[in-house]
Design a protein around this ligand. Structure first.
Ligand SMILES: [Zn+2]
Length: 559
């Protein structure tokens, strides 16, 4: 058999459903970590067999990285039979890893997991043409997926019985009333989590969702914890030994016998209530406000398919060099981002380089988005432009979706909304490179607004003025006045804005200038961009007002 230089592409599926079918933040962290660990296993096997990893940027043994569900490697001298052996080895090693991660020998759980994942791979001879081989191997992999052989009922679909509370697809195996000591307690966890913290009363998990639940290494993070991080990090939580177990207990609404019963907390409610009163006192003395909301940030590089195809390079023969350089830069960026976002800012669920998913505290939101953006330019986009010549001097950008959500809103719905916001940001204009923010209020209001990244610095400025110096009633007036006009002239809005701000200031000695200037700038840039016909059909003024409403909502969480 012919030995030659080959590109080899391997992928783990499914990915989208696997991640989004999550009820708790720990399910999400678990699924992201599973994909990262599986990819790392595959890449290590390839590297040990002499391959070079092209995508993603891979460092053996680095446990602080996120990897996507696919990787591409290059072999200098290999034949087809060897590749087939390797693919089999990779698949088996991944399956073994998953089995070991379950910690118990439970045939039904193992069967669900074994049948859940499908692995695809493809290869192509390089024949001294990297770009052509890259296109071909991508096409071959897509073809392999299309001819997927459907297993009948094999993955637990179609089973008769109670369905899993997380995915709703497979049958429940692990539930709260189960008398299986091995399942109830994680063997690897020194804290020896009680079963009740893993599976709530009334909740039932299939084998796959159980694995996600127990897999997460940062297993105690919850959306409530993210929402309260600004407080948790200022207080010595050792003073509150009962409350610190579960951030949901920091909300009075959960200090009920009903909540305790559901979550299997067997302590005395009165003790918790007393501790809570003390917590509230300390919190208020520090001037900190509780909020029930947190933010999800999701972004994805713009037009990555086109970038990777090499079409944007003035010299397409540089595609391989470009891939290697890009891969390395994205790796550096991801590592930076992951190290930068921790408490009290939030937690990174996934940072693969060109895509990101993170949960952040509202107080850190604007700083984090700005950091992501400026570091993207500094670490990825600018170096690419100085290293390569692109047609039309294009620059690599990303579009982001942000969702503000209540800690009790089902996570699946929040993730869907974040994906929608990211998509809306990309569709807003042809050049993409946009941010869309949606506030998912508990009232059901789901208003979205769009901001250009160059405008982002204005939002915290405006927020600060609104917090300190102005009543926010002027927003409704502005909204009502201009709703009928559709898209009024910019000067008209400015004059009216000035008049309204004069009336809205809280004290006589307040100057309207700082707020007026920031608002005018926000408005001018919206006018400049002339919000193209997008499916939201937002007029310039409607977007401006929606941004104001967004800031009013955030302000009310802070003061
Ligand atoms: Zn499930």
């Amino acid at each position: 058999m012919k030995k030659s230089e080959k590109l080899f592409l391997f992928t783990i599926t499914p990915v989208q459903d696997f991640i989004s079918q999550s009820r708790k933040l720990r399910d999400l962290l678990g699924s992201s970590q599973i994909l990262t660990d599986l990819s790392a296993i595959g890449m290590k096997i390839c590297e040990d067999a002499g391959a070079q990893v092209v995508f993603p940027y891979f460092t053996q043994g680095d446990t602080n990285r996120s990897y996507p569900n696919r990787f591409m490697v290059k072999f200098a001298n290999v034949d087809k039979r060897r590749l087939e052996e390797l693919a089999k080895t990779i698949e088996n090693s991944m399956k073994n890893h998953l089995q070991e991660a379950v910690h118990i020998d439970h045939p039904q759980i193992l069967k669900h997991i074994e049948n859940y994942f499908t692995f695809y791979w493809a290869w192509c001879d390089m024949e001294n043409d990297y770009k052509r081989a890259f296109d071909t191997v991508e096409k071959r992999l897509a073809g392999a997926k299309n001819t997927r052989f459907f297993r009948q009922l094999g993955d637990g679909l179609g089973e008769v019985g109670r369905k899993c509370s997380v995915c709703g697809e497979r049958n429940v195996i692990v539930h709260n009333g189960l008398k299986l000591p091995d399942i109830q307690i994680r063997r690897d966890d020194p804290i020896r989590e009680k079963r009740t913290y893993i599976v709530q009363k009334g909740e039932g998990l299939c084998g796959v969702c159980y694995l996600k639940r127990i897999y997460g290494k940062k297993s105690f993070e919850s959306t409530a914890e993210i929402a309260m991080m600004h407080i948790l990090h200022r207080l010595d939580m050792e003073q509150f030994p009962h409350l610190k177990k579960d951030a949901q207990l920091l909300y009075e609404e959960n200090l009920t016998s009903e909540y305790f019963r559901k979550n299997g907390i067997d302590g005395d409610l009165k003790v918790y209530q007393k501790e809570f009163a003390n917590f509230e006192k300390v919190r208020k003395d520090l001037g900190l406000k509780s909020t029930s909301y947190y933010a999800v940030i999701m972004f994805d590089g713009d037009s990555m398919g086109e970038w990777l195809s090499g079409k944007k390079l003035k010299d397409p023969s540089q595609t391989e060099k470009f891939h290697r350089y890009l891969s390395q830069k994205l790796g550096e960026f991801a590592a930076y981002v992951k190290s930068e976002i921790g408490a009290p800012k939030g937690v990174t669920v996934y940072a693969g380089g060109e895509d990101f998913l993170g949960f952040v505290n509202l107080h850190a939101l604007f700083d984090v988005v700005q950091m992501l953006r400026s570091k993207w330019d500094e670490i990825v986009a600018d170096p690419l432009n100085s290293e390569f010549d692109f047609v039309e001097d294009e620059k690599m950008t990303f579009s982001a979706g942000v969702v503000l959500a209540h800690y009790k809103t089902p996570l699946g719905a929040v993730l869907r909304k974040a994906r929608e916001a990211e998509k809306a940001a990309k569709e807003y204009r042809a050049t993409k490179n946009m941010l869309c923010i949606t506030a998912m209020k508990r009232s059901g209001d789901r208003r979205s607004s769009f901001v250009d990244f160059s405008q982002l610095h204005l939002l915290p400025k405006i927020l600060q003025q609104l917090q300190e110096n102005f009543s926010d009633k002027f927003m409704n007036v502005l909204d009502e006045e201009f709703e009928v006009l559709g898209s009024p002239m910019e000067e008209m809005v400015q004059i009216e804005l000035k008049r309204l701000l004069k009336r809205a200031k809280l004290r006589d000695d307040v100057s309207i200038e700082p707020l007026y200037e920031a608002l005018s700038e926000l408005l001018s840039m919206d006018y400049l961009q002339k919000a193209p016909a997008n499916f939201y059909q937002q007029s310039v003024i409607a977007n401006f007002v929606n941004n104001l409403y967004l800031l009013r909502f955030i302000k009310r969480q802070f003061v």
